[in-house]
Design a protein around this ligand. Structure first.
Ligand SMILES: [Zn+2]
Ligand SMILES: [Zn+2]
Ligand SMILES: [Zn+2]
Length: 104
């Protein structure tokens, strides 16, 4: 069984650049899952374009709209999953000994 968790080094705030020297500052402490983070991403930083440039401080990667969500929540917000059995953390839910096959 898996549960959402914040991985090591997860930032307290959204560091999406809003202007010259201004970052978004949205408090990410309350975000435990990529769903929470993506809700903020879409609400606050959503775009109509199909290709978007990630404005996270120091990033500037160009991504397809769909991959930006994954990128944002896992790379920047560092939200991932934790195995309830052994405590293993990762950005993906992967098969390992305490997760029965098919339940990964
Ligand atoms: Zn933000
Ligand atoms: Zn980025
Ligand atoms: Zn495990």
């Amino acid at each position: 069984m898996w549960e959402y968790c914040r991985l090591n080094g997860a930032p307290d705030q959204c560091r999406w650049l809003m202007g010259q020297d201004m970052i978004c500052g949205f408090v990410l402490n309350g975000c435990q899952s990529d769903i929470d983070a993506n809700r903020h991403l879409v609400d606050a930083h959503g775009s109509e374009e199909q290709t978007v440039v990630c404005q996270w401080e120091g990033c500037k990667r160009t991504l397809k709209k769909g991959s930006l969500r994954d990128h944002y929540s896992s790379v920047h917000c560092k939200l991932g999953n934790r195995c309830k059995g052994c405590g293993m953390k990762g950005s993906r839910r992967k098969a390992h000994p305490c997760v029965p096959k098919g339940d990964a």
